[in-house]
Design a protein around this ligand. Structure first.
Ligand SMILES: Cc1cc2nc3c(=O)[nH]c(=O)nc-3n(C[C@H](O)[C@H](O)[C@H](O)COP(=O)(O)OP(=O)(O)OC[C@H]3O[C@@H](n4cnc5c(N)ncnc54)[C@H](O)[C@@H]3O)c2cc1C
Length: 442
C-alpha cells in the first residue's frame, strides 16, 4: 500500500539550494518537507572547500555565527605551472572573512540542524523516483513506498537533475558543458599545514591555490587539455583536486584520476602534500553550460534551483552561493504563490524576475562566453604563456654572464618567430572580448 502525505511545499535534495529553499518557506510558517536520498547530509555532495559568507548570512541570519568552519580562506594564489617551474600571483588579506573552509558533511549537517530548528520537516535516506503530474501541473513526488503531495515542488537535486530532465525542462548536457572533477582529502599535521602555507596558528588564515598549465609530466603528451587544479587548506587536512572537461577527457582517452596523480607529482605541489595520508577520495560533475544552456526554470507547480538549473560560475569557483541564493529566491516565490493560491507557470515566473535582479543571472549572462573562449585559447593558457613566463623569469633571475639586452632581444625575437601573428591576435581578441563581456554585462 502507498502512504500519501500532504504539505505546502516539497523540496527535493538537501544541498545548499534545497536547504535554503526549505528554510525560506518554513520561515513563513508553511509546512515544507525536504527529501534527501543520502542517509547522512552532505555525503553525496562535493566541492573544493570554499563557502561564501555573504550568501550564508543572507539565508541563516543570526544562526550563521554557529557555523563549524575550519579556516577562514583569505590567501588566494593563482599559479601557472610548467615542467619545472611555477609563476604565482598571491593576494592575501588577513582580515577578509568572505570565504570559509568547511567540509561538506559538516556544512550540510549544520545547515540541516538549523533547518529543522526553523520548522523544516527533513526526510533523509529517501530517493525521489519521479514527479506526480495532475492536470498538466506537478502535484507532488513519488518515492519507493510513498507519495507526497504539495501545490509546489522545488527541484534542487544537483547537477544530474533527472527530475528536471524527466519533466522536459532540461535537455541532456553536451560533453563540453560538463566538468568532471576528482579530489583527495589529504591528512597532515595542523602545524605542518601552517608552516607550509605560511598561515597563523589560530585558524584565522587559510589558503586557496588555483593552478593553470598542463605542460608537465605525462600530461605533456596531451594537447589542448584545459584543466584547473585547486588546493584548499583545512584545519588538519588539505584538499587537492582537478577538473577537466568531459569532451577533452574522452578525446584524449584520459582518466581524471591519472591527471590528479600527475598533479600530485609536480615539484611545486609535492612538497605541500608530502607525508600526508589520503583519507578520502571523491569525484563529481560540475555544470558549465551557464546562461546559454539554462533549463526552463519553472513550470506549473515546479521550480528549479542550484546546480539542477546550472547555476555555477566555474571561473571563480562559485556554486554554493548561487545555490543558496537561488534556493532562497525559489522559496520566496513559493511563498508568494501560496499567498495568492495560484501555482501556475505564470505566477511562478516571478522566480525568473527575482533571479534577473540578483547577481545570479547578471553574472551568468556576463560570463556566458568566457568558459568557451578559455577552451578555445587553452593552448595559449595551458602551454604557451606559462612557458613564456618561465623564460622571462629565467632571464630576470639567472645571473648567467650573458648581457640582459641580448637575452631580452632573443626573448622578443623568439616570441615573434614562434608565435603565429594570427594566434597572437586571437589571444588578444579573446581577452578583450572577455573583458568587455564582464564590464558591459547586465
Ligand atoms: C570539485 C568541485 C569543486 C567545487 N568547489 C566549489 C567551491 O569551492 N565553492 C563553491 O561555492 N562551489 C564549489 N563547487 C560547486 C558547488 O559544490 C555546487 O554548486 C553546490 O553544491 C550546488 O548545490 P546544490 O544544492 O544545487 O546541489 P548539491 O550540493 O549537488 O545537492 C543536491 C542534493 O540532492 C540530492 N538528490 C539528488 N537526487 C535526488 C533524488 N532523486 N532524491 C532525493 N535527493 C536527491 C543529492 O544527494 C544532494 O544532496 C564545486 C563543485 C565541485 C564538483
Amino acid at each position: 500500500m502507498v502512504n500519501k502525505f500532504d504539505s505546502d511545499v516539497i523540496v527535493v535534495g538537501a544541498g545548499p539550494a534545497g536547504i535554503s529553499a526549505a528554510i525560506t518557506v518554513a520561515d513563513a510558517g508553511k509546512h515544507v518537507v525536504l527529501i534527501e536520498r543520502a542517509s547522512y547530509p552532505g555525503s553525496k555532495n562535493m566541492y573544493g572547500g570554499a563557502i561564501y559568507t555573504k550568501a550564508l548570512r543572507d539565508v541563516f541570519r543570526d544562526d550563521f555565527n554557529s557555523i563549524p568552519y575550519e579556516r577562514i580562506i583569505n590567501s588566494h594564489t593563482w599559479s601557472f605551472l610548467t615542467q619545472e617551474s611555477s609563476f604565482d600571483l598571491t593576494y592575501k588579506n588577513s582580515f577578509s572573512k568572505s570565504a570559509y573552509a568547511i567540509k561538506r558533511f559538516n556544512l550540510e549537517a549544520w545547515m540541516i540542524e538549523i533547518a529543522k530548528k526553523r520548522g523544516v520537516y527533513y526526510i533523509p535516506n529517501t530517493l525521489v523516483k519521479s514527479l506526480i503530474k495532475e492536470n498538466g501541473a506537478v502535484a507532488g513526488i513519488k518515492t519507493e513506498l510513498e507519495e507526497y503531495y504539495a501545490p509546489i515542488t522545488i527541484i534542487a537535486d544537483g547537477v544530474n537533475s533527472l527530475l528536471a530532465r524527466d519533466l522536459g525542462l532540461r535537455k541532456d548536457y553536451d560533453k563540453h558543458d560538463i566538468i568532471l572533477s576528482a579530489k583527495e582529502t589529504i591528512k597532515l599535521d595542523k602545524k605542518t599545514i601552517e608552516s607550509r602555507f605560511n598561515l597563523s596558528d589560530d585558524l584565522s588564515n587559510g589558503a586557496n591555490k588555483l593552478y593553470f598549465g598542463s605542460n608537465f609530466g605525462k600530461l605533456k603528451e596531451y594537447k589542448n587539455l584545459f584543466m584547473m587544479s585547486f588546493l584548499y587548506t583545512f584545519k588538519d587536512t588539505v584538499m587537492l583536486g582537478v577538473g577537466a572537461n568531459l569532451e577533452d577527457l574522452s578525446k584524449n582517452k584520459l582518466n581524471i584520476n591519472d591527471i590528479l596523480d600527475e598533479i600530485k607529482k609536480h615539484p611545486d605541489i609535492l612538497p605541500l602534500i608530502q607525508g600526508g595520508e589520503t583519507i578520502e577520495y571523491s569525484a563529481h560533475l560540475i555544470p558549465e553550460g551557464g546562461y546559454k544552456k539554462m533549463p526552463k526554470l519553472v513550470s506549473s507547480g515546479v521550480i528549479i534551483a542550484g546546480d539542477a538549473a546550472g547555476f555555477v560560475n566555474g571561473v571563480h569557483f562559485e556554486g554554493t552561493n548561487f545555490a543558496l541564493i537561488s534556493g532562497k529566491l525559489a522559496g520566496e516565490t513559493a511563498r508568494c504563490a501560496l499567498e495568492k493560491n495560484d501555482f501556475t507557470k505564470k505566477t511562478l515566473s516571478l522566480y525568473g524576475k527575482k533571479l534577473n535582479n540578483s547577481f545570479i543571472l547578471k553574472d551568468l549572462y556576463s560570463y556566458r562566453n568566457i568558459i568557451r573562449e578559455l577552451y578555445k585559447r587553452s593552448n595559449s593558457i595551458e602551454y604557451y604563456y606559462p612557458k613564456k613566463i618561465k623564460e622571462f623569469f629565467e632571464i630576470i633571475t639567472s645571473a648567467n654572464c650573458v648581457s640582459k639586452s641580448s637575452q631580452f632581444r632573443a626573448f622578443i625575437f623568439n616570441f615573434i618567430k614562434e608565435r603565429k601573428i594570427s594566434e597572437l591576435f586571437k589571444d588578444i581578441f579573446a581577452f578583450v572580448k572577455i573583458g568587455c563581456d564582464i564590464l558591459f554585462g547586465k
